[in-house]
Design a binder for this molecule. Structure first.
Ligand code: ZN
Length: 327
């Protein structure tokens, strides 16, 4: 071999080796992987299409959200049953047991999760746990004494406990939660990504329209202050430029002095309706209503039919606040 022949053979050898390794790469890593994936998906599809994803959530409104995105591809279990509040709720042993079937738990940051999340995860280590508060900046839970500057004497832990969990009552924030739910379903079931995407788009459109209707109901009110027993409506109020005045103080009935202060405020503002919720008994709301010659009106933050419930609440607010202002 002369030097140029030697050079040529080296190149040829290198080429052959690289072609080999390329095709080798192609056949093992790509083609085979694609094949086995296709096979897997074919198998999965048969079971999956009859067998919906088992998703567990904390509260009823989340069931509405997951159903909107998942359609008939999901079966949703709710931990906090209707009529109960997530502030005091504790999971039943059979609910923890039922988690062994769940593919995912979608948390929303309600108080019982803090205490129970470890045990919920342990109930099914294979279950995906998803935090749907991700990307949402939470407000501090409001006290009726208007002083929210407890920060001085609260350490970090306590402050976290005092974050307002009611993020599902703002349509804008529900859009963010819905995105997280969509990503979760796609991760568990990528084959139906297109379906989930279409459902997501439809639901975002529904939220957009709902938001428009709520704004229309509330935009022109002069009286923008309302009194509510349990301050669940902080995000709603912020979104629609209303002022929530809670009766509860730190999750408890107010003291006599605190109640007297509220009565004074209600009279000054010509407020006649005290809002309360069906899930909580509210002695002080009744007392307050009697003192101002008004009445208690129930609105639920936990209704399963989220969309129509929020619309109804906005209609109720519009009516009540208009009347309050005409006194
Ligand atoms: Zn609450």
């Amino acid at each position: 071999m002369n030097p140029s022949q030697k050079w040529l053979s080296t190149i040829l050898l290198t080429l052959i080796v690289s072609i080999n390794s390329i095709t080798g790469c192609t056949s093992t890593d790509t083609t085979d992987a694609v094949n086995s994936e296709t096979n897997n998906n074919d198998n999965q599809e048969q079971t999956n299409d009859q067998d919906p994803l088992d998703i567990t959530v904390s509260i009823m409104p989340q069931k509405y959200f997951v159903n909107k995105i998942g359609g008939d591809r999901v079966k949703v279990n709710v931990m906090v049953e209707p009529g109960v509040t997530p502030h005091t709720y504790e999971p039943k042993p059979q609910q923890l047991q039922a988690l062994s079937e769940a593919e995912a738990y979608i948390a929303i940051g309600v108080p019982f999760e803090k205490v129970w999340m470890d045990r919920i995860s342990q109930a099914n280590p294979k279950m995906l746990t998803v935090d749907s508060t991700e990307g949402i900046e939470r407000l501090t839970m409001m006290d009726h004494d208007h002083g929210h500057d407890h920060d001085d004497h609260h350490d970090h832990n306590e402050e976290e406990i005092n974050l307002d969990p009611h993020i599902w009552l703002s349509p804008r924030l529900v859009k963010i939660q819905t995105q997280t739910i969509y990503e979760t379903l796609v991760r568990l079931d990528p084959k139906h990504q297109e379906t989930y995407q279409t459902n997501l788009n439809n639901f975002l459109q529904e939220i957009e329209e709902l938001d428009g209707k709520i704004r229309k109901n509330l935009d022109n009110l002069e009286q923008r202050k309302f009194i509510v027993f349990h301050p669940a409506w902080g995000y709603f109020a912020k979104e629609y430029n209303l002022t929530q005045v809670p009766v509860e103080v730190g999750g408890q009935e107010p003291s006599a002095a605190e109640l007297a202060e509220l009565i004074k405020e209600a009279k000054k503002e010509d407020i006649r309706i005290i809002f309360a919720q069906p899930e909580l008994s509210s002695q002080s709301a009744e007392t307050l209503a009697k003192e101002i010659n008004g009445e208690v009106l129930l609105i639920s933050p936990l209704s399963e039919n989220w969309s129509s419930n929020l619309l109804e609440v906005s209609q109720t607010f519009a009516k009540v606040l208009k009347e309050d202002n005409n006194k």
